[in-house]
Each structure stands twice: as structure tokens, then as C-alpha cells.
Design a protein around this ligand. Structure first.
Ligand code: SF4
Ligand code: SF4
Ligand code: SF4
Length: 304
């Protein structure tokens, strides 16, 4: 048997959903775990940050970084992972694009602290904590503005199937082969090529289970989103929210999604504005910090 491969899993600010998806491989892990020598994984293995800091540079073969760098501690861990790992994977959409926590950039840091602490009735005294917690970064910058990644594995979270494919390929030295098309390609719903008359929110009406959700007026981002998940949401009855990001990296996913709406629902701009209540959250939910629009926001915050 060959020697186990040294691997490290780093967690920035995140919900742990991506690592949960890895654990959800269940029995498949029985084949993979003996091949791994886990060198660092905060929540699972009893290694401390100083252990990771003490390893020689590039002594860990594969590193996965989940989450984004919201605190100074997250930034330190991210840079450390880059130093120590030969192959660094941006694991999940937070790590690839800023993800759900990246929506914090819709507001500035003081507004975020108002909502979370000062005006939050469940927080005693309404104070922003300053002891025993790492200082916050002013904005959520994309992780790849701090370090380079070798592989991007988006998804909120990436599916267990995709993680198993990627890990097995890495361990056997094969290329990672992932589905190449947009979500629509894998969707079983019928398209009738009829224009949308009005946009609906998910809770409005009852959708036809066989017909394209977008053509029924539900905001389904399947045609602008990378279908690595093989259309698991629309095939199960829910519109695609775009969690795997754009087809092809670093295109503005929100702008591509809005352009797609223009061709499906040829409504006047004012009419669309009235019907789509939360454009930023609807179209840039997972990719705002990495998008062109999000970059403008970051530049503006940087000048303050
Ligand atoms: S990508 Fe989604 S599942 Fe993964 S850490 Fe971020 S919010 Fe959680
Ligand atoms: S837009 Fe959504 S529902 Fe329609 S075909 Fe594409 S993925 Fe399926
Ligand atoms: S269908 Fe869309 S929202 Fe659902 S997992 Fe796939 S990319 Fe994410």
C-alpha cells in the first residue's frame, strides 16, 4: 500500500456546510480515509494552528479552504494554507466567490454591526464584542485576492458526488472530470419557448411539475449557472438559485443572469424592477464580492 497523502482542511468564516457535504460521502469515506494523512482540520482532528504553522512549506499535498476571509485570523489561515499546501482548493462557493457571507458587502461594516449587535434585541448590552475574538476585516474580499488557488470547487455546498470525484482524482493523479454544461442541460423540465408574462416569487402560485420553472415566471438561474450539481434543485421542484456560480470562471454571474431574463421575459425595465424585489440577493447571492459590481463596491469601501 502507498503512503497516505498529507491533507489539510482549513475553515474561514463559513457555515461548515461544505465539510458536512464531504462527511456526507458516508460509506465512500471508508475507501478514502485510509489514503489520507490528516494534518489539520480544526473541527474534526485535534491539531492546533501552531501545528500547521510548524510544518515545512509545501509539506502538505492537498489543502481545502472552506469559507471566506472575514476576520484577520481567517486571512492568516488562508495564507498559511497556501504556504503549506502544494495544491490548494477553493472549497465551496464562499471560498470561490465570497458566497452567502459576501452579501455582507451590500452594507458597510458599521451597518452589519448595527444589525448583528447594537440593534439586536437578543444581544445583551448591544455591544460589538472586542475581547477574545479576532478583529473583522472591513469588507469581504474574494479569497483569490489574497492567495492563488489551483482548483475551484464551487457549490453551496459542493455535492458529495463532486467531492468524491475530485478527491479520488487527486489521490490517483488523474484530472478532475466534472459536468461541463449549464444547469438547464441536466434539467428534465420541458421548455415551450414561450415568453414570461410576469415574474413570481417562489411562494406565489403552484408550479407545473413538468414545465420549465423560468417559463412559468419563477426566477430560475439554470441557464447562467454551472451545472456541476446536475440540476438537483429544478429536478426536485425548486428553482436554481445559482449556487455553483457562472459557467466558466470569473464572468459576472449576476449580469449574465439578468441578461438571460431579458431574453425570456421581454418586459419594460420599470415593470421588471417592480416585480423583482431583491435584485442583488436574487442575482448575486453567491458571487457578489467576485463580480464586477462587487469589485466597484470594494473599491469604494477601500477609499473610505
Ligand atoms: S459555500 Fe455554502 S455550504 Fe459552503 S460554507 Fe459557504 S455557505 Fe456554507
Ligand atoms: S431555467 Fe430552470 S427550470 Fe428551466 S430548464 Fe433551466 S434549469 Fe430547468
Ligand atoms: S440547481 Fe442551482 S441552486 Fe441547486 S445545487 Fe445546482 S447550482 Fe445550486
Amino acid at each position: 500500500m502507498t503512503d497516505p497523502v498529507p491533507i489539510a482542511m482549513g475553515q474561514g468564516s463559513s457555515c461548515w456546510g461544505c465539510f458536512q457535504s464531504l462527511v456526507d460521502i458516508h460509506l465512500g469515506l471508508a475507501d478514502v480515509l485510509p489514503l489520507l494523512d490528516i494534518k489539520y482540520w480544526q473541527a474534526v482532528a485535534d491539531f492546533k494552528l501552531h501545528h500547521l504553522e510548524s510544518y515545512p512549506d509545501k509539506s502538505v499535498v492537498v489543502g481545502l479552504y472552506e469559507g471566506m476571509a472575514r476576520t484577520e485570523e481567517d486571512v492568516h489561515l488562508l495564507k498559511l494554507m497556501r504556504d503549506k499546501c502544494q495544491i490548494l482548493i477553493a472549497f465551496g462557493s464562499c471560498s470561490c466567490f465570497g458566497g452567502i457571507p459576501g452579501m455582507a458587502n451590500f452594507s458597510d461594516i458599521e451597518e452589519c454591526c448595527d444589525v448583528k449587535f447594537r440593534n439586536n434585541r437578543t444581544v445583551k448590552g448591544g455591544k460589538v464584542p472586542s475581547e477574545n475574538v479576532p478583529p473583522l476585516e472591513k469588507t469581504v474580499k474574494p479569497n483569490n485576492s489574497y492567495v492563488d488557488f489551483d482548483i475551484y470547487l464551487p457549490g453551496c455546498p459542493p455535492t458529495s458526488k463532486v467531492i468524491a470525484t475530485a478527491v479520488n482524482a487527486l489521490l490517483t493523479g488523474r484530472p478532475i472530470e466534472l459536468p461541463a454544461h449549464a444547469v438547464c442541460h441536466y434539467c428534465e423540465r420541458e421548455k415551450k419557448e414561450e415568453p414570461v408574462e410576469s415574474w413570481l416569487r417562489d411562494f406565489q402560485g403552484i408550479s407545473d411539475p413538468d414545465r420549465c420553472l423560468l417559463e412559468q415566471g419563477y426566477l430560475c438561474l439554470g441557464s447562467s449557472t454551472w451545472g456541476v450539481c446536475e440540476a438537483q434543485c429544478p429536478n426536485a421542484g425548486a428553482p436554481c438559485k445559482g449556487c455553483h456560480g457562472p459557467v466558466g470562471h470569473f464572468v459576472d454571474h449576476g449580469a449574465a443572469s439578468i441578461a438571460m431574463l431579458g431574453s425570456y421575459g421581454p418586459l419594460e425595465a420599470e415593470e421588471m424592477k417592480a416585480q423583482i424585489k431583491d435584485p442583488l440577493g436574487s442575482f448575486w447571492r453567491f458571487t457578489y464580492p467576485a463580480s464586477h459590481l462587487g469589485q466597484i463596491r470594494l473599491r469604494r469601501e477601500g477609499k473610505k
